[in-house]
Write a protein that binds this ligand. Structure first.
Ligand SMILES: *[C@@H]1O[C@H](CO)[C@@H](O)[C@H](O)[C@H]1NC(C)=O
Ligand SMILES: [Fe+2]
Length: 204
């Protein structure tokens, strides 16, 4: 019992401690990075993109919480948006890992990433899908913007290729999926009314 108490005390102290690193940063060679970024524009666009993915993740988490409420009770929609929130967080992580791989994860990126408060209001399942599709359309446009900016910075070919091929691919597939869901739900509600949403939720 005493041991457990001591362990809890130590854990509390650790959690309380500020996460500051007291080790001096080593002097590292920089030639291996081999990148130059015109006025830091590409990096700034990447930073904004990371923030946007985190914003999207939090928005989807709020939507998932809405559909999870006992008085709303749409488990299909809730599961869909919990999954979306996890995916968006994963996108943010992937971008951070990419910058780390290229030796570009500087204070200018990490100090400016915020976990945000969101103000999300949804009236119905169809409304949530419509908002999600709108958000994803903005995200796609923003990724295109990162590509355009980074294309002009010398040596960012690999990033541009990765964003264009892999990253954007998932983005447009996701948009098509949301559009398809919204189309089906709208048709079901036109013929069945509110029962349409209930049935749609069951097959999500
Ligand atoms: C993220 O959300 C915050 C708060 O709503 C907003 O101020 C900020 O502009 C958003 N950032 C991006 C990149 O969308
Ligand atoms: Fe995303």
């Amino acid at each position: 019992m005493m041991k457990l108490f001591a362990a809890v005390l130590i854990l509390a102290a650790v959690v309380n401690a500020q996460m500051t690193c007291r080790l001096e940063q080593p002097r590292m060679p920089v030639e291996w990075v081999g990148l130059n970024d015109k006025n830091g524009q590409c990096l700034e666009e990447m930073r904004k993109q990371i923030q946007m993915e985190i914003n999207a993740s939090n928005i989807y988490l709020a939507m998932a919480a809405h559909f999870s409420r006992d008085v709303i009770n749409r488990p299909g929609f809730a599961e869909h948006f919990f999954k979306s929130a996890r995916e968006e967080r994963e996108h943010g992580s992937k971008l951070i890992e990419y910058l780390s791989m290229r030796g570009q994860l500087t204070d200018a990126v990490t100090d400016l990433i915020h976990l945000i408060d969101v103000d999300v209001r949804v009236d119905s399942g169809a409304d949530a899908l419509r908002q999600a599709l709108e958000l994803e359309t903005k995200v796609t446009k923003s990724i295109r913007n990162v590509i355009k900016t980074c294309e002009k910075s010398p040596n960012w070919y690999h990033l541009v290729d990765w964003l264009t091929g892999e990253f954007l691919d998932e983005q447009i597939t996701g948009q098509r999926d949301l559009a398809g869901k919204l189309s089906t739900l709208t048709k079901m509600m036109a013929s069945q009314g509110p029962l349409g949403e209930f049935l749609f939720d069951k097959q999500l």
